[in-house]
Ligand binder design. Structure first.
Ligand SMILES: [Zn+2]
Length: 309
């Protein structure tokens, strides 16, 4: 089956100098894709730009304005980690719009699954706070778009970036229509993601964190996938799955102390795809972190190869 791959060189115009979240991450991935065994299964499309109304389903006008003005004024950083340049606002609109294009393409029946190699990443961006290299929460904007425009009822967001997706958790913490699951090194940046953060009010029971000890590897992660995550997916019965695909839990990555192999990202993908017979198989996967060239590239390739099947 063909896999929609959304990419555009515009994502490299978010300039971050010597920051680990560099534009070269996308070159590493694309160099790997050029020579991969499933190249003929990929259909490459350029992203569209998210509209104001798409952002406003997640972020208030004050948040959008803050990023827009910081870009215009070329304020170099929004916080100690979150670098910005004059193009960043524009680029971030395309990063968010990529998920909207993927949603439309999948809902038209043109594809079942998509992988998006966009930056800036999104999962640390809260309703009213850019942080941790993230400006807009791309995955959350996609989830809200699927619900508003395509009447998708139940969405599951799986986040295997090594850092807890505090932004995604916060945005859907009181929402039972979006189930957020995160596996992450704990304790670690950003400090959230304890196992007792389970949601609030009607969202209670629709947020699950799996804090992983430093030096955990494939075995510990696969146990969580098979014993915990598969039953959650089966019970929840999502109409659509979004993946916050970070590759910074790779053993080679220098921003974490988790020791995953490259191959295991294919395993994770396969387990999720096969997790329930009623699941319609619709997946949009968004690149989040992953900072070491070989670990990032190999992890992405194993993940994408599994998405093609
Ligand atoms: Zn990360």
């Amino acid at each position: 089956m063909s896999l929609l791959y959304i990419y555009d060189d515009i994502f490299k115009q978010h300039e971050t100098d010597d920051h680990p979240e560099t534009k070269f991450r996308l070159d590493w991935i694309n160099a790997g894709i050029e020579h991969c065994s499933f190249r003929d299964k990929l259909v490459i499309k350029k992203p569209i730009k998210a509209k104001r109304e798409d952002l406003l389903r997640v972020h208030p006008e004050s948040h959008i304005k803050r990023i827009e003005e910081a870009s215009i004024r070329e304020i170099k950083a929004l916080d100690a980690d979150t670098v910005i340049c004059k193009n960043s606002f524009e680029v971030a609109l395309y990063a968010a719009g990529a998920g909207i294009l993927a949603s439309d393409e999948i809902m038209k029946g043109n594809f079942k699954r998509a992988f998006i190699a966009a930056r800036p990443p999104g999962h640390h961006a809260e309703t009213n706070k850019p942080m941790g290299f993230c400006l807009f929460n791309n995955v959350a904007i996609t989830a809200k778009y699927l619900q508003a425009k395509h009447q998708i009822k139940k969405i599951l967001i799986l986040d295997w970036d090594v850092h807890h997706g505090n932004g995604t958790e916060e945005i859907f913490y009181e929402d039972h229509s979006v189930y957020y699951i995160s596996l992450h090194q704990y304790p670690h940046y950003p400090g959230t993601g304890a196992s007792n953060e389970n949601g609030r009010d009607t969202g209670k029971g629709y947020n699950r964190n799996f804090p992983m000890k430093i030096h955990s590897g494939d075995k510990e992660y696969l146990e969580v996938f098979n014993n915990e995550i598969v039953p959650i997916v089966q019970n929840f019965g999502p109409d659509f799955i979004l993946i916050s695909a970070g590759f910074d839990a790779h053993a080679r990555d220098f921003l974490s102390g988790i020791n995953l192999s490259s191959e295991v990202y294919g395993e994770f993908t396969k387990i999720i795809m096969e997790s329930t017979p009623s699941f319609k198989g619709r997946i949009i996967s968004y690149l989040e972190g992953g900072y070491e060239p070989q670990g990032l590239t190999e992890g992405v390739l194993y993940h994408m190869r599994a998405l093609c099947n």
